[in-house]
Design a protein around this ligand. Structure first.
Ligand SMILES: Nc1ncnc2c1ncn2[C@@H]1O[C@H](COP(=O)(O)OP(=O)(O)OP(=O)(O)O)[C@@H](O)[C@H]1O
Ligand SMILES: [Mg+2]
Length: 277
Protein backbone atom coordinates (compact mmCIF):
# COMPACT_ATOMS: atom_id res chain seq x y z
CA UNK A 1 0.00 0.00 0.00
CA UNK A 2 1.17 3.51 -0.87
CA UNK A 3 -0.13 6.62 0.88
CA UNK A 4 -0.21 9.92 -1.01
CA UNK A 5 -0.33 13.05 1.12
CA UNK A 6 -1.03 16.58 -0.20
CA UNK A 7 -0.17 19.40 2.20
CA UNK A 8 -2.04 22.38 0.75
CA UNK A 9 -2.20 25.95 2.03
CA UNK A 10 -5.64 25.32 3.57
CA UNK A 11 -6.12 21.55 3.65
CA UNK A 12 -4.03 18.39 4.08
CA UNK A 13 -5.39 15.32 2.30
CA UNK A 14 -4.36 11.68 2.09
CA UNK A 15 -5.27 8.76 -0.15
CA UNK A 16 -4.35 5.11 0.25
CA UNK A 17 -3.54 3.27 -2.95
CA UNK A 18 -3.37 -0.51 -3.28
CA UNK A 19 -2.34 -1.49 -6.81
CA UNK A 20 -4.26 1.10 -8.79
CA UNK A 21 -7.26 1.05 -6.44
CA UNK A 22 -8.03 3.85 -4.00
CA UNK A 23 -8.98 2.21 -0.72
CA UNK A 24 -9.22 5.30 1.50
CA UNK A 25 -9.34 9.11 1.53
CA UNK A 26 -9.02 11.53 4.42
CA UNK A 27 -8.88 15.28 5.05
CA UNK A 28 -7.67 17.52 7.88
CA UNK A 29 -7.10 21.26 8.07
CA UNK A 30 -3.50 22.43 7.53
CA UNK A 31 -2.26 23.92 10.79
CA UNK A 32 1.35 22.94 11.44
CA UNK A 33 2.62 21.05 8.36
CA UNK A 34 4.30 18.20 10.27
CA UNK A 35 1.39 17.83 12.71
CA UNK A 36 -1.20 17.89 9.92
CA UNK A 37 0.70 15.23 7.95
CA UNK A 38 0.87 13.03 11.06
CA UNK A 39 -2.75 13.49 11.87
CA UNK A 40 -4.04 12.74 8.34
CA UNK A 41 -1.88 9.61 8.22
CA UNK A 42 -3.16 8.43 11.61
CA UNK A 43 -6.71 9.08 10.53
CA UNK A 44 -6.51 7.26 7.19
CA UNK A 45 -4.82 4.17 8.68
CA UNK A 46 -7.46 4.03 11.39
CA UNK A 47 -10.34 4.38 8.93
CA UNK A 48 -9.16 1.65 6.57
CA UNK A 49 -8.22 -0.54 9.54
CA UNK A 50 -4.55 -0.89 8.59
CA UNK A 51 -1.29 -0.63 10.44
CA UNK A 52 1.72 1.51 9.55
CA UNK A 53 3.55 -1.80 8.80
CA UNK A 54 1.30 -2.20 5.72
CA UNK A 55 2.65 1.03 4.19
CA UNK A 56 5.41 0.54 1.60
CA UNK A 57 6.02 4.20 0.99
CA UNK A 58 4.60 7.65 1.69
CA UNK A 59 4.47 10.06 -1.22
CA UNK A 60 4.25 13.65 -0.13
CA UNK A 61 3.36 16.68 -2.23
CA UNK A 62 1.71 20.11 -2.06
CA UNK A 63 3.11 23.46 -0.95
CA UNK A 64 3.96 22.22 2.55
CA UNK A 65 5.91 19.13 1.39
CA UNK A 66 9.24 20.88 1.64
CA UNK A 67 8.83 21.39 5.38
CA UNK A 68 8.44 17.67 6.15
CA UNK A 69 11.39 15.63 7.39
CA UNK A 70 12.66 12.33 5.98
CA UNK A 71 10.12 10.16 7.83
CA UNK A 72 6.57 10.31 9.19
CA UNK A 73 5.59 7.78 11.91
CA UNK A 74 8.99 6.19 11.13
CA UNK A 75 7.92 5.55 7.53
CA UNK A 76 10.12 6.71 4.63
CA UNK A 77 8.92 9.80 2.79
CA UNK A 78 9.36 10.45 -0.94
CA UNK A 79 8.68 13.97 -2.15
CA UNK A 80 6.79 14.44 -5.42
CA UNK A 81 6.79 17.78 -7.21
CA UNK A 82 3.25 19.26 -6.99
CA UNK A 83 3.09 20.01 -10.73
CA UNK A 84 3.83 16.38 -11.57
CA UNK A 85 1.24 15.28 -8.99
CA UNK A 86 -1.41 17.60 -10.48
CA UNK A 87 -0.64 16.27 -13.97
CA UNK A 88 -0.70 12.57 -13.07
CA UNK A 89 -3.68 12.99 -10.73
CA UNK A 90 -5.67 14.93 -13.32
CA UNK A 91 -5.07 12.28 -16.00
CA UNK A 92 -5.94 9.45 -13.58
CA UNK A 93 -9.18 11.10 -12.43
CA UNK A 94 -10.32 12.00 -15.96
CA UNK A 95 -9.10 8.87 -17.75
CA UNK A 96 -7.51 11.11 -20.40
CA UNK A 97 -4.13 10.77 -22.14
CA UNK A 98 -3.69 14.54 -22.52
CA UNK A 99 -5.29 17.47 -20.70
CA UNK A 100 -5.10 20.99 -19.40
CA UNK A 101 -5.49 20.47 -15.67
CA UNK A 102 -6.56 23.43 -13.56
CA UNK A 103 -5.93 23.03 -9.85
CA UNK A 104 -8.36 25.33 -8.05
CA UNK A 105 -7.36 25.56 -4.40
CA UNK A 106 -6.36 28.53 -2.29
CA UNK A 107 -4.67 29.75 -5.48
CA UNK A 108 -4.94 28.42 -9.03
CA UNK A 109 -2.30 26.50 -11.01
CA UNK A 110 -2.46 25.44 -14.67
CA UNK A 111 -0.68 22.30 -15.83
CA UNK A 112 -0.62 20.61 -19.25
CA UNK A 113 -0.04 16.87 -19.57
CA UNK A 114 0.54 14.88 -22.77
CA UNK A 115 1.26 11.25 -23.75
CA UNK A 116 -0.39 9.78 -20.68
CA UNK A 117 1.83 11.83 -18.36
CA UNK A 118 5.22 11.41 -20.09
CA UNK A 119 5.21 15.17 -20.64
CA UNK A 120 3.97 17.42 -17.82
CA UNK A 121 4.48 21.17 -17.77
CA UNK A 122 3.51 24.04 -15.45
CA UNK A 123 2.23 26.74 -17.79
CA UNK A 124 1.15 29.37 -15.29
CA UNK A 125 -1.70 30.21 -13.00
CA UNK A 126 -3.38 33.02 -11.13
CA UNK A 127 -3.36 34.16 -7.53
CA UNK A 128 -7.12 34.44 -7.84
CA UNK A 129 -8.63 31.36 -6.17
CA UNK A 130 -10.45 30.13 -3.09
CA UNK A 131 -8.28 32.28 -0.83
CA UNK A 132 -9.54 35.32 -2.74
CA UNK A 133 -13.17 34.36 -2.05
CA UNK A 134 -12.39 33.99 1.64
CA UNK A 135 -10.16 37.06 2.03
CA UNK A 136 -12.41 39.53 0.21
CA UNK A 137 -15.48 38.16 1.99
CA UNK A 138 -13.86 38.43 5.41
CA UNK A 139 -13.37 42.17 4.85
CA UNK A 140 -16.44 43.00 2.77
CA UNK A 141 -19.03 40.64 4.26
CA UNK A 142 -17.80 39.90 7.77
CA UNK A 143 -17.53 36.13 7.28
CA UNK A 144 -15.23 33.73 5.46
CA UNK A 145 -17.29 30.57 5.96
CA UNK A 146 -17.48 29.15 2.48
CA UNK A 147 -20.84 27.39 2.79
CA UNK A 148 -22.46 30.58 4.17
CA UNK A 149 -20.93 32.65 1.37
CA UNK A 150 -22.10 30.24 -1.29
CA UNK A 151 -25.67 30.46 0.03
CA UNK A 152 -25.47 34.27 -0.04
CA UNK A 153 -24.07 34.19 -3.58
CA UNK A 154 -26.96 31.94 -4.70
CA UNK A 155 -29.47 34.50 -3.39
CA UNK A 156 -27.61 37.58 -4.60
CA UNK A 157 -27.70 39.32 -7.96
CA UNK A 158 -24.23 40.00 -9.40
CA UNK A 159 -25.60 42.31 -12.10
CA UNK A 160 -26.25 44.89 -9.34
CA UNK A 161 -22.47 45.03 -8.81
CA UNK A 162 -20.83 44.02 -12.10
CA UNK A 163 -20.95 46.28 -15.14
CA UNK A 164 -22.22 44.26 -18.09
CA UNK A 165 -21.53 44.71 -21.77
CA UNK A 166 -25.18 45.77 -22.16
CA UNK A 167 -24.71 48.49 -19.50
CA UNK A 168 -21.97 50.05 -21.62
CA UNK A 169 -22.88 49.24 -25.21
CA UNK A 170 -26.62 48.53 -25.00
CA UNK A 171 -26.19 45.13 -26.68
CA UNK A 172 -23.67 42.45 -27.67
CA UNK A 173 -20.19 43.43 -28.87
CA UNK A 174 -18.34 41.16 -31.30
CA UNK A 175 -18.25 37.65 -29.83
CA UNK A 176 -19.36 38.93 -26.42
CA UNK A 177 -23.05 38.64 -25.50
CA UNK A 178 -24.94 41.53 -23.84
CA UNK A 179 -25.04 39.85 -20.41
CA UNK A 180 -21.26 39.18 -20.23
CA UNK A 181 -19.24 41.06 -17.64
CA UNK A 182 -17.45 44.17 -18.91
CA UNK A 183 -16.08 45.17 -15.50
CA UNK A 184 -16.22 43.08 -12.33
CA UNK A 185 -17.35 45.33 -9.44
CA UNK A 186 -17.57 48.23 -11.90
CA UNK A 187 -21.10 49.13 -10.74
CA UNK A 188 -20.70 48.63 -6.99
CA UNK A 189 -22.69 51.25 -5.06
CA UNK A 190 -23.86 51.45 -1.46
CA UNK A 191 -27.29 50.05 -2.34
CA UNK A 192 -25.95 46.60 -3.27
CA UNK A 193 -26.89 43.99 -0.65
CA UNK A 194 -24.38 41.66 1.00
CA UNK A 195 -25.84 38.81 -1.05
CA UNK A 196 -25.22 40.79 -4.26
CA UNK A 197 -21.59 41.43 -3.25
CA UNK A 198 -21.15 37.71 -2.46
CA UNK A 199 -22.52 36.86 -5.90
CA UNK A 200 -20.07 39.35 -7.46
CA UNK A 201 -17.11 37.87 -5.58
CA UNK A 202 -18.02 34.37 -6.80
CA UNK A 203 -18.50 35.80 -10.30
CA UNK A 204 -15.12 37.53 -10.39
CA UNK A 205 -13.13 34.58 -9.07
CA UNK A 206 -14.87 32.08 -11.40
CA UNK A 207 -14.62 34.35 -14.42
CA UNK A 208 -10.92 35.10 -13.94
CA UNK A 209 -10.14 31.39 -13.59
CA UNK A 210 -12.48 30.57 -16.51
CA UNK A 211 -10.95 33.11 -18.88
CA UNK A 212 -7.33 32.26 -17.97
CA UNK A 213 -8.22 28.59 -18.54
CA UNK A 214 -9.84 29.33 -21.92
CA UNK A 215 -6.79 31.27 -23.16
CA UNK A 216 -4.47 28.47 -22.06
CA UNK A 217 -6.69 25.78 -23.61
CA UNK A 218 -6.61 27.62 -26.95
CA UNK A 219 -2.85 28.11 -26.76
CA UNK A 220 -2.25 24.39 -26.25
CA UNK A 221 -5.09 23.05 -28.44
CA UNK A 222 -6.70 21.42 -25.45
CA UNK A 223 -10.21 22.95 -25.66
CA UNK A 224 -11.72 19.45 -25.63
CA UNK A 225 -9.64 18.27 -22.67
CA UNK A 226 -9.97 20.72 -19.80
CA UNK A 227 -9.98 19.05 -16.37
CA UNK A 228 -10.91 21.09 -13.28
CA UNK A 229 -9.75 19.82 -9.88
CA UNK A 230 -9.24 21.13 -6.32
CA UNK A 231 -11.79 21.90 -3.63
CA UNK A 232 -13.03 25.18 -5.10
CA UNK A 233 -14.61 23.58 -8.19
CA UNK A 234 -16.77 21.42 -5.89
CA UNK A 235 -18.78 24.60 -5.31
CA UNK A 236 -22.00 24.50 -7.36
CA UNK A 237 -21.97 28.27 -7.83
CA UNK A 238 -18.32 28.42 -8.95
CA UNK A 239 -18.89 25.51 -11.37
CA UNK A 240 -22.03 27.15 -12.78
CA UNK A 241 -20.21 30.41 -13.63
CA UNK A 242 -17.18 28.60 -15.08
CA UNK A 243 -19.52 26.54 -17.28
CA UNK A 244 -20.93 29.78 -18.69
CA UNK A 245 -17.42 30.99 -19.51
CA UNK A 246 -16.65 27.61 -21.09
CA UNK A 247 -19.69 27.90 -23.31
CA UNK A 248 -18.66 31.37 -24.45
CA UNK A 249 -15.16 30.17 -25.39
CA UNK A 250 -16.29 26.75 -26.61
CA UNK A 251 -14.20 24.60 -24.35
CA UNK A 252 -15.30 21.26 -22.97
CA UNK A 253 -14.97 20.81 -19.21
CA UNK A 254 -14.41 17.64 -17.23
CA UNK A 255 -15.07 17.99 -13.49
CA UNK A 256 -14.20 14.58 -12.00
CA UNK A 257 -15.49 13.36 -8.65
CA UNK A 258 -12.90 13.47 -5.82
CA UNK A 259 -11.02 16.21 -7.69
CA UNK A 260 -9.94 17.69 -4.36
CA UNK A 261 -7.75 14.57 -3.95
CA UNK A 262 -5.98 15.12 -7.30
CA UNK A 263 -2.57 16.02 -5.82
CA UNK A 264 -2.63 13.21 -3.24
CA UNK A 265 -3.62 10.68 -5.93
CA UNK A 266 -1.00 12.01 -8.36
CA UNK A 267 1.73 11.81 -5.72
CA UNK A 268 0.88 8.18 -4.97
CA UNK A 269 0.73 7.36 -8.71
CA UNK A 270 4.16 8.94 -9.27
CA UNK A 271 5.68 6.65 -6.63
CA UNK A 272 3.88 3.60 -8.11
CA UNK A 273 5.42 4.43 -11.50
CA UNK A 274 8.93 4.88 -10.12
CA UNK A 275 8.68 1.54 -8.23
CA UNK A 276 7.72 -0.25 -11.48
CA UNK A 277 10.67 1.14 -13.45
N1 LIG B 1 -17.42 23.40 0.70
C1 LIG B 1 -16.59 23.97 -0.18
N2 LIG B 1 -16.82 23.85 -1.51
C2 LIG B 1 -15.99 24.41 -2.40
N3 LIG B 1 -14.91 25.14 -2.07
C3 LIG B 1 -14.64 25.28 -0.76
C4 LIG B 1 -15.46 24.71 0.26
N4 LIG B 1 -14.93 25.02 1.45
C5 LIG B 1 -13.84 25.75 1.20
N5 LIG B 1 -13.66 25.92 -0.13
C6 LIG B 1 -12.61 26.67 -0.83
O1 LIG B 1 -11.54 25.79 -1.09
C7 LIG B 1 -10.31 26.50 -0.95
C8 LIG B 1 -9.22 25.53 -0.58
O2 LIG B 1 -9.11 24.57 -1.59
P1 LIG B 1 -8.10 23.34 -1.45
O3 LIG B 1 -8.38 22.64 -0.16
O4 LIG B 1 -8.15 22.56 -2.70
O5 LIG B 1 -6.75 24.18 -1.34
P2 LIG B 1 -5.30 23.80 -0.86
O6 LIG B 1 -4.85 22.55 -1.52
O7 LIG B 1 -5.24 23.81 0.64
O8 LIG B 1 -4.52 25.07 -1.43
P3 LIG B 1 -3.38 25.16 -2.53
O9 LIG B 1 -3.54 23.99 -3.48
O10 LIG B 1 -3.57 26.48 -3.22
O11 LIG B 1 -2.12 25.06 -1.71
C9 LIG B 1 -10.57 27.53 0.13
O12 LIG B 1 -9.77 28.67 -0.09
C10 LIG B 1 -12.07 27.83 -0.02
O13 LIG B 1 -12.28 29.02 -0.74
MG1 LIG C 1 -4.03 22.05 -3.35
Amino acid sequence: MIIGIDIGATTTRAVALEGSEIIGMETVRTTDTQASAHSVLDKILQNIGRDSKDVEQIAISGGGARRIGETILNLPVARVDEIRAIGLGGLALSGKQKALIVSMGTGTALVVAFEGGKVIRHIGGTGVGGGTVEGLSRRMLGTDRFEVLEEMAEKGNASKVDLTVADIAGGPVGIVPAEATASNFGKLRTDASKDDVAAAIFNMVSQVIGVVTAMAAKGYNLEEDVVLVGKLIQSKKIAEVIRQVAELFQMKLCIPGNGEYCVAIGAAKAICQSMKT
